[in-house]
Design a protein around this ligand. Structure first.
Ligand code: TXA
Ligand code: MG
Length: 331
């Protein structure tokens, strides 16, 4: 595995010699860890079934789980999916950015069936992360990229997280520093008359509803637990080694403590380890810090991590979704 460390603010990172090597690796079906504004992605050529199979193998991910394809522009997205007025309005408002749209797949799309799990729909995203857009544009391929962690584990927001979880499966890890949003994209399903929130994420439900002029509904009731509308929504997910307890009323000296806001829980000073997601109570800052905080508390050796109450509006919906999954009983 090679590591390409780049400074996204320098004007010429695109002409680093590593850029060509990474594109060549992608075009021969290899796996590359790529930073985005949400989390680090495990990227592969979405038109190459062997490359996509390598993603599933590296993640240890159930095969029924379809992948998001990343493209550089709305125009590129429209080669693969059919965009109605609602989809165009959302793309216009939020792309590039942490929004994934599930739309009907064009029969002419080159995205392979393994990437869409054989569905007639496709999940498309134009990320704000310039590296992912650049690689897709330069290779001319949509890039399938789930989060670059082993299935069910905490999503990576730094290159070092990726290397410790998946290092040996990768040709390259591209290190552009920590991810600004820190939580995965919001997924909206637009495959029938009812727009649905398939996964809360980096763009708040309220902001999407404002653009659509209508409420987002839950995933369809016929989505089965083993084939849910957004199958990444399996109940136990994002799991740390420690047990997670939500809405804690007080801290315990043996435990890790995940705090939020200006008022510490009774006993916070004595906790084995404490991270405050946002001392000012800012939910966007909290989302950016969430996965790193869970990793840190997990590595403190605590058997239990207690989580202070976090409100559920704005990005709080996505934060609480991830925390509930991390707290869910495991097999
Ligand atoms: O922020 C993100 O979205 C990150 C970065 C790397 O871009 N990617 C990510 O991908 O979270 P992944 O593969 O971990 O999550 C993909 C989600 C899963 O819940 C999957 O089931 C859902 O998208 N999905 C993909 N295609 C779908 C489809 N056709 N219909 C419904 N859900 C779909
Ligand atoms: Mg994931």
């Amino acid at each position: 595995m090679q590591r390409w460390t780049l400074d996204i603010n320098s004007p010429d990172w695109q002409s680093d010699p590593e850029a060509e090597a990474v594109c060549a690796a992608l075009l021969t079906g290899e796996l590359v860890a790529v930073p985005t504004e949400t989390v680090y992605g495990l990227a592969a050529d979405a038109t190459n079934p062997t490359a996509c199979a390598r993603i599933f193998a590296a993640k240890g991910r159930p095969q029924f789980n379809p992948l998001i394809s990343h493209v550089p522009t709305l125009e590129a997205a429209r080669e693969h999916g059919r965009f109605d007025d609602r989809a165009l309005a959302l793309a216009d408002a939020f792309w590039p950015g942490p929004l994934t749209l599930v739309v009907p797949k064009r029969t002419s799309s080159a995205i392979c069936d393994l990437a869409t799990a054989g569905l007639e729909t496709v999940a498309l995203r134009v990320p704000d992360g310039a590296v992912m857009r650049f690689l897709s544009a330069r290779t001319g391929r949509p890039l399938a990229a789930p989060s670059a962690n082993r299935s069910g584990r905490i999503s990576p927001t730094r290159a070092a997280d990726v290397i410790s979880d998946l290092g040996e499966a990768l040709s390259f890890v591209i290190d552009a520093g920590p991810c600004a949003v820190g939580i995965e994209s919001t997924i909206v399903g637009l495959t029938d008359a009812t727009p649905r929130l398939l996964r809360p994420g980096g763009i708040a439900r309220e902001d999407i509803e404002k653009v659509l002029g209508t409420d987002l509904k839950s995933p369809a009731a016929d989505a089965q637990p083993d084939a849910p509308a957004a199958p990444g929504m399996l109940l136990s997910h994002y799991a740390p080694n420690a047990r997670l307890l939500l809405n804690a009323q007080q801290a315990d000296p043996e435990d890790g403590l995940l705090s939020f806001g200006p008022s510490p829980l009774p006993g916070a000073q004595q906790a084995r380890a404490e991270v405050n997601l946002s001392a000012s109570g800012d939910l966007t800052e909290a989302a950016a810090n969430l996965f790193q905080a869970m990793r840190h508390l997990d590595s403190s050796g605590a058997d239990t991590i207690r989580v202070q109450f976090i409100p559920s509006f704005g990005l709080g919906e996505a934060i609480n979704d991830r925390l509930r999954r991390a707290a869910a009983p495991r097999d």
